[in-house]
Design a binder for this molecule. Structure first.
Ligand SMILES: Nc1ncnc2c1ncn2[C@@H]1O[C@H](COP(=O)(O)OP(=O)(O)OP(=O)(O)O)[C@@H](O)[C@H]1O
Ligand SMILES: [Mg+2]
Length: 583
């Protein structure tokens, strides 16, 4: 059995009870098909030969009873197998989601969001279609085909052999077509992934599209991919439509053979007409499940294309995991050391032999030209990526020896992307500490200078972020994010351009709040605006992945290196110079 199918069926294991019930019921349904075909012979014999009116009366009644029983078992069978299918799909969807969200940052850098969404929606829907229809039909059709085949062989095995030499002949083209369908399905889902990516990007970037007047081009791009999707789909429509006529054409040879040889046997008296009719009834009936099996096979191939894509994500290897002996640590003392750290994202070296250390109560500022590696440096700390050389130590312990969970609990991060979730403002702040009381939430918001604007919103802290009409400014969003990080109260705080959207006044206020909160905390601040970092205990200047200077503001100014150059550029105008000269 093919491994994709085997793996898919593995998801049915927990629901074996439902499968057993449906197997029993489908055996009954299938066996009844055989019984009906078999009964044609005795009934016809009695009716035609004996002119038995009693049997004649019984037949319609029997048919009704037979079909009622068949209907009931079929209902149970359908229900149970479909429920099992839905449950299996639910499990697959859950594990796909958790496996995706657990992936390394590098994975998300590699994949477009829309593509990931497409796996969750389109691929799963395609698998669902396959599982829903195929698994439900497969077993019943197998049983009913085999019971009918039993009747066929029982009635006349020589005839049966003649008619069934054609079955292997249909198998080969069927398999060929199935393979084509599977490939076409995989390709069409790929294109669908691209389509979803365009949707995701253009809907969330609609402002840029409007501002640059890119509507026409976006529409064209969408049309092109949509057409590509149609072209892929068209292929498998072709193969799918081809499957049935091809197998029917081949089967017609068998039917012709049976009628010819069977007819001559009846004429020569070696077989009774009733036997022949029973045989023919079984023959005619068996084509339905066989044809269904074939289209199930094709649908199965189509779903296999989707399942392979899903399993591909499930098999995605993660590099950043707990090491075997990883330990849990309590609240860290905040001693952070980078020892000869070098790092690249896979291509060029982004950080080159970085060594620095920071302890509690210290504010370390990272400054320097764009692309210098500041964000990269701090994202190594929560192990978004692992270093290639050297090591990072917290309280003297390599972060790779600490469990990810307790590592992450040491760090609070605010970056420039002010990510808020569709939830109330209070709950968004609570992401920092899920069980925080209202009081704690408000204190954090006050420290982040967010409390005042939040209380002015119609629903205050209960205002939902996703609500229509609620448009927070960039600075307001930043303050909510800062509140969230403050609430986490972690010993290590990372602020990556976290105050860039604030006006000078609120930035100073947030800075003051942070000054208070920096007690017992190691803080890394990244800022382009140098006024933010004047009071840092140490300023580290990163350029092209190297530390080119480090020291206090005054040290660096007297050094007259890169920092003092940047500084004189930023403070050349008098107004900001005043801010800079504040104690
Ligand atoms: N996810 C990534 N994959 C590959 N390369 C990356 C990735 N992120 C950043 N880089 C590269 O690494 C280098 C350092 O980028 P980084 O974001 O650390 O700079 P930065 O100092 O934070 O810059 P900025 O001040 O503009 O925020 C850049 O050359 C950038 O192109
Ligand atoms: Mg950056």
């Amino acid at each position: 059995m093919n491994s994709t199918l085997k793996r898919t069926l593995g998801y049915f294991k927990p629901y074996w009870k439902l499968l057993v019930i449906s197997a029993i019921c489908s055996s009954i349904v299938g066996a009844m098909d055989g019984a009906i075909a078999y009964l044609v012979e005795p009934v016809l014999k009695k009716v035609f030969a004996g002119k038995d009116t009693f049997i004649f009366m019984l037949v319609p009644l029997g048919i009704i009873i037979l079909f009622i029983v068949r209907g009931l078992t079929r209902f149970t069978y359908d229900m149970t197998i479909k429920l099992a299918g839905q449950k299996a799909i639910q499990d697959i969807r859950n594990s796909l989601y958790s496996n995706t969200i657990l992936q390394d940052m590098a994975f998300f850098n590699r994949k477009a969001t829309g593509e990931l969404m497409s796996h969750m929606t389109n691929d799963i829907a395609q698998m669902q279609e396959g599982i829903g229809q195929v698994v439900s039909g497969l077993f019943r059709d197998l049983i009913s085909a085999s019971s009918l085949l039993g009747v066929i062989f029982y009635r006349n095995w020589q005839l049966a052999i003649i008619s069934f030499v054609v079955i292997p002949a249909t198998a080969y083209p069927a398999q060929l077509i199935g393979k084509k369908i599977k490939n076409a399905s995989g390709r069409s889902l790929n294109v669908m992934g691209g389509l979803t990516s365009i949707l995701q990007e253009t809907f969330s970037g609609v402002k840029v599209i409007k501002a640059f007047g890119l509507q026409e081009r976006t529409i064209e791009r969408f049309r092109a991919v949509n057409l590509e999707f149609f072209n892929q789909i068209r292929r498998y429509i072709k193969y799918e439509s081809l499957a049935m006529p091809v197998s029917e054409a081949i089967i017609s040879f068998g039917v012709a053979g049976v009628i010819y040889f069977g007819g001559s046997q009846v004429m020569s008296g070696r077989m009774t007409p009733s036997e022949f009719f029973s045989f023919i009834a079984a023959m005619v009936m068996v084509f339905t499940p066989i044809k269904k099996l074939q289209s199930s096979y094709n649908l199965l191939q189509r779903s296999a294309g989707a399942a392979e894509r899903v399993f591909h994500i499930l098999d995605e290897h993660r590099d950043i995991v707990d090491s075997p002996g990883a330990i849990e640590i309590g609240r860290s003392a905040g001693l952070v050391e980078f020892r000869n750290v070098s790092f690249s994202y896979g291509g060029e070296t982004v950080l080159n032999n970085i060594s620095l250390s920071a302890s509690s109560n210290q504010m370390i500022a990272l400054v320097g030209p764009s692309g210098g590696g500041k964000t990269t440096l701090v994202s190594l700390l929560p192990r978004f990526y692992d270093v290639q050389e050297g090591g990072i130590f917290i309280d003297g312990r390599d972060i790779r020896d600490i469990s990810l969970k307790s590592l992450v609990s040491q760090i609070a991060l605010v970056d420039q992307e002010t990510t808020l979730f569709h939830d109330s403002i209070a709950n968004n702040i609570r992401y920092g500490k899920p069980n925080a009381s209202v009081q704690e939430v408000q204190e954090a918001a006050q420290a982040a200078f967010a409390h005042d604007f939040i209380t002015q919103l119609p629903d205050g802290y209960n205002t939902s972020i996703g609500d229509r009409g609620l448009r927070l400014s960039g600075g307001q969003r930043q303050r909510i994010c800062i509140a969230r990080a403050l609430l986490k109260n972690a010993p290590i705080l990372i602020l990556d351009e976290a105050t860039s959207a604030l006006d000078t006044e609120s930035e100073q206020m947030v800075q003051k709040a942070l000054d208070n909160l920096m007690a017992n905390r190691t803080t890394f601040v990244i800022a382009h605006r140098l006024s933010t970092v004047l009071h840092a205990d140490r300023i580290i200047v990163l350029e092209a992945g190297r530390i080119v200077e480090s020291g206090t503001h005054d040290d660096l100014l007297t050094n007259s290196g890169l920092y003092s150059r940047l500084h004189s550029l930023q403070f050349s105008d008098k107004e900001t110079a005043e801010v800079a000269n504040e104690p």
